[in-house]
Design a protein around this ligand. Structure first.
Ligand SMILES: [Zn+2]
Ligand SMILES: [Zn+2]
Ligand SMILES: [Zn+2]
Length: 344
């Protein structure tokens, strides 16, 4: 393997980050907000050791080196003065920039048909219809419940500036930083892309078979519980006389299942299984695709190889259904049950 050369290009922190995810069995990491911080799932402790800016730099450099792939996920508004995430927004008047603007809604009480401004519906602490006096919501600060129950609907909304008196449909949005107190517009704001990061096949060199091993152990447990004789890293002598290797075989009542697992959804894994399938007779051939590659399942179908999406948490259940069907089948009808249980 030439991977030693590429591996050496990782610095210590980059390697630590990858190993942290690998050790936790994670294949991707997603940004989450925690108070004023952006933390990546599974990397929280590591972020505490360095800091979130360094963490984002590491993720980007690992992407540049091909160990991770970016996926669109989230974005955040940051203070342009102090880079804080603790930013809140207010509406302001497009005419005089005052933040003292009122929102005026035109509401309709559906049951009696009365229409009026929200001010007319607001009675002390409750939202009530001024005509029929029905209490619509227990708090005037939220009419979501009333809207959901269908009692009122918003016919229109606009804004009025309390300072200069102008009326407008669309207010300006001003952002405020809770940390340093500065205010800024969308033009001045730092708008940060927060992608999710997915590990790529390149990490296989750091932890060969790591993801496959865990999956096979789960399959082994599930099938052993069903009374199957399960063998990991099994050798089966083919019709050609060649010993074929499978990640897992399971047998019961004269029925045989052959299974391989694909860590990164490579077509080569399917083709290799197809080659072995022509040499070894079995009742069920399964490829568990841990990458959830969209085209492997359709590629396997004409060859009667059941490709199971290993990213779907229910994959053990899908496999269970397949082996149950296999046991029910007449011996000569081998693999016909696949039609019914093939995913999608
Ligand atoms: Zn009413
Ligand atoms: Zn104004
Ligand atoms: Zn700030």
């Amino acid at each position: 393997l030439s991977s030693t050369k590429t591996e050496s290009r990782l610095n210590q922190m980059e390697e630590k980050l990858l190993n942290t995810l690998i050790d936790k069995g994670l294949r991707e990491t997603k940004p989450r907000r925690r108070d004023t911080m952006i933390l990546y799932t599974g990397l929280e402790e590591l972020t505490d050791q360095i800091n979130e800016v360094e963490m984002r730099k590491l993720l980007r450099s690992l992407t540049a080196k091909g160990y991770m792939a970016e996926k669109n996920y989230d974005s955040a508004i940051l203070c342009p003065n102090c880079a804080s995430l603790k930013v809140y927004s207010k509406y302001s008047c497009p005419n005089c920039q005052s933040n003292y603007v009122s929102k005026v809604q035109l509401l309709e009480h559906i049951t009696c048909g009365y229409m009026g401004s929200n001010a007319e519906f607001e009675k002390e602490d409750v939202l009530a219809c001024p005509k029929c006096r029905t209490v619509i919501a227990e708090t005037k600060e939220s009419n979501v419940g009333a809207l959901e129950s269908g009692n009122i609907r918003i016919i229109g909304s606009s804004f009025v500036c309390d300072k200069c008196g102008s009326k407008f449909e669309k207010p300006l949005t001003t952002h405020f930083c809770d940390k340093c107190g500065s205010s800024f517009t969308y033009k001045e704001a730092v708008y940060l892309k927060l992608p999710a990061y997915e590990l790529t096949e390149k990490v296989e060199a750091l932890a060969p078979k790591r993801y496959v091993t865990e999956t096979l152990r789960r399959v082994e447990n599930a099938l052993t519980a069903k009374g199957f004789k399960v063998e990991l890293d099994a050798r089966v002598k083919g019709k050609s006389g060649v010993e074929q290797r499978f990640d897992l075989t399971a047998s019961k009542d004269q029925k045989l299942m052959l299974l391989d697992a694909s860590a990164w959804g490579n077509q080569g894994d399917l083709i290799s299984l197809l080659g072995k399938k022509t040499d070894v007779d079995a009742n069920l051939i399964v490829l568990i695709d841990l990458y959830g590659s969209p085209n492997l399942a359709s590629l396997g179908k004409p060859y009667k190889i059941a490709v199971i999406d290993g990213r779907d948490e229910k994959y053990i259940g899908v496999l269970s259904n397949l082996v149950d069907e296999m046991l029910k089948e007449e011996p000569e009808k081998r693999t016909s049950h696949l039609k019914r249980w093939l995913p999608r």
